[in-house]
Design a protein around this ligand. Structure first.
Ligand code: FBP
Length: 554
């Protein structure tokens, strides 16, 4: 009690709002069989036991329906996988409560530290007391998370061993696209082995890139974007008060620019770069610099030597020439012990240069050394460059400074260019979940329990109709194979869940495009969103993201 803020204490007793369909007795309805989003023949070949299953939806049980139930007490394991996202604890709370409601003797085990907990047999039994401590809280600390990739049969077999030892018949994996890919592979393997273990996924990631026809948004995106937007708004008010700095703000989100776009919609900055647009227009880094300089120069002419610029962290990967360089580096450095054994930055740099194509080598050489080095640093276990370590905002500031100095010498720019740089990512990943995320995740946990009770495997828990009041949300299950396609990872073609990038024809981006000139040039169009509100009028504390609203606008 002593270590809790008044808000933490108040949130412990918050009751997440739930779809009517999950209250009371619930029946399961099956839709049509499904196909993967691409590469159907190959995905079907790789997932013969879990391909093509129907979409599922939960509805209040009617007379004559057999409600979803468990005959005997069951034991379930849960894993938090990948980066933290607000609401993870509530998925576990929703899962726990639903399992107990099905049968008070049902038990929930948490595997510790991510997927490795399953492989290394590290777990803990989740009790009422533990669960109550974590209701409506941010963070993943209830059982910890990790990025171990589950892909080897030995890992899967080790999972079977511990599940059989503990009597666990279902595993819930709460993760992003890569972790749910793991869930899909695991489900297929366990089905094939007929080992009596179901696998269910849950869509998590602040990045917002795990979404498709069936998944409206991943959890955590709402809270993270609201947290960053509050900070951006505060910075904008400072900029507009002091009128002396250009603020370059890089935002997490890995590849996709959903976070940057949502924050722009919430705060109306002077510039927001969208990586997907940069790629579509085949822009170079110099072109991006020119675009930003245009705004800086135009504002300087009006005496406005200040502003805000949002930069998605994945930008660098979307500049076509950089993308080819990164792809070559990925292929070169995947499992490359020779490179790892080399000592000293210069020797490593020479090694890389000698192995690259002429074009890639030229670009690699032209980059500031710290950036070039960042591109060769450790990949994550899924083979991705760790874009959060690449300081694109500083690279842009330096390039813009040089360009403006040249323009000053030529007499085409007469402003002052003083800067501040920021990177927002970790600030939002463990924030206390917004009402939206607290409600959404609790329902996802309940849905996962329903899918388990219905004996399903290889499904992701989904909750839809999210712009309506929570009571009208629709819960169900989507076969994970439906979201898969073949992509190159670690130098090899692999089945993975397709990442959702910003749709340049979609309403959220169109809104930005229609308004950005005004936001760039007017004295100030800034919006100051303020902190997330947990209590108060519904229009203040229960709103989904602008992205969701625009996407659902009729
Ligand atoms: P997930 O995709 O696992 O949800 O992680 C999202 C993310 O926060 C990215 O936005 C970011 O690039 C990355 O994790 C940072 O990873 P780490 O926590 O390992 O520094």
């Amino acid at each position: 009690m002593l270590n809790k803020s008044p808000l933490q204490i108040a949130r412990q007793s918050y009751l997440p709002k739930m779809p009517v369909a999950l209250l009371g007795h619930v029946a399961l309805r099956e839709g049509k069989s499904t196909e993967s989003v691409a590469d159907q023949a190959e995905i079907k070949r790789l997932f013969p036991n879990t391909y093509g299953m129907p979409f599922l939806s939960f509805e209040p049980a009617k007379k004559g329906d057999i409600p979803v139930h468990t005959e005997k007490p069951i034991r379930v394991g849960v894993i938090l996988s990948g980066g933290q996202a607000p609401g993870g604890h509530n998925v576990i709370c929703g899962l726990f409560d639903a399992l107990k409601k099905l049968n008070p003797d049902n038990q929930l085990y948490g595997f510790l530290g991510g997927p490795s907990g399953l492989v290394d047999h590290k777990y803990k039994l989740l009790t009422d007391q533990i669960i109550d401590e974590y209701r409506n809280t941010g963070g993943f600390d209830i059982i910890g998370s990790g990025r171990t990739k589950l892909e080897q049969p030995e890992q899967f077999d080790s999972g079977i061993e511990i599940c059989h030892e503990l009597g666990i018949s279902a595993i819930v994996i709460i993760g992003g696209d890569d972790s749910n890919t793991n869930a899909c592979v695991l489900a297929e393997y366990y089905r094939q082995k007929d080992c009596g273990i179901q696998v269910i996924g849950c869509p998590k990631t602040i990045d917002g890139d795990l979404k498709n026809e069936m998944i409206e948004t991943s959890f955590g995106f709402d809270t993270a974007c609201k947290t960053y937007s509050e900070l951006i708004g505060n910075i904008q008010r400072d900029a507009n008060s002091a009128k002396k700095y250009w603020h370059f703000i890089r935002l997490m989100g890995r590849s996709a620019s959903h976070i940057a776009l949502e924050c722009a919609l919430q705060s109306q900055p002077n510039v927001c770069i969208i990586s997907e647009e940069v790629q579509a227009n085949n822009m170079t880094l110099n072109d991006v610099v020119s675009e930003i300089c245009k705004v800086i120069v135009a504002r300087a002419e009006k005496g406005l030597n200040f502003g805000t610029i949002l930069i998605p962290e994945g930008l660098i990967e979307f500049i076509p020439a950089m993308k080819s360089l990164i792809q070559e580096l990925n292929d070169l450095l995947a499992n490359n012990d020779e490179f790892v054994a080399l000592e000293g930055d210069d020797i490593k740099r020479e090694y890389v240069k000698s192995a690259l194509s002429d074009e890639a080598r030229e670009l690699y050489r032209s980059l500031p050394r710290p950036i070039a080095k960042q591109l060769t640093m450790d990949r994550d276990p899924h083979g991705n460059v760790q874009v959060s370590l690449i300081e694109t905002e500083k690279l842009l500031i330096e390039m813009i400074r040089k360009r403006l100095a040249k323009m000053t010498a030529e007499g085409t720019y007469h402003g002052k260019f003083a800067t501040q740089n920021h990177f927002f990512g970790y600030e939002g990943r463990c924030a206390i979940p917004s009402n939206f995320d607290a409600d959404y995740t609790y329902s996802l946990g309940q849905t996962a329990a329903g899918l388990i009770a219905a004996g399903k495997t290889g499904y992701m828990a989904v909750v839809r109709n999210l712009t309506a009041p929570a009571a009208e949300w629709k819960a169900g299950g989507c076969p994970i194979t439906m979201m898969m396609n073949i992509e190159r990872r670690n130098g090899k073609a692999k089945p993975v869940i397709q990442k959702a990038l910003v749709d340049l024809n979609g309403r959220p981006f169109t809104y930005l495009k229609q308004n950005r000139e005004l936001w760039a040039n007017s004295d100030t169009s800034y919006i100051y969103p303020g902190p997330i509100q947990y209590y108060g009028p519904s229009e203040v504390c229960n709103q989904p993201t602008r992205t969701l609203k625009l996407e659902h606008e009729k």
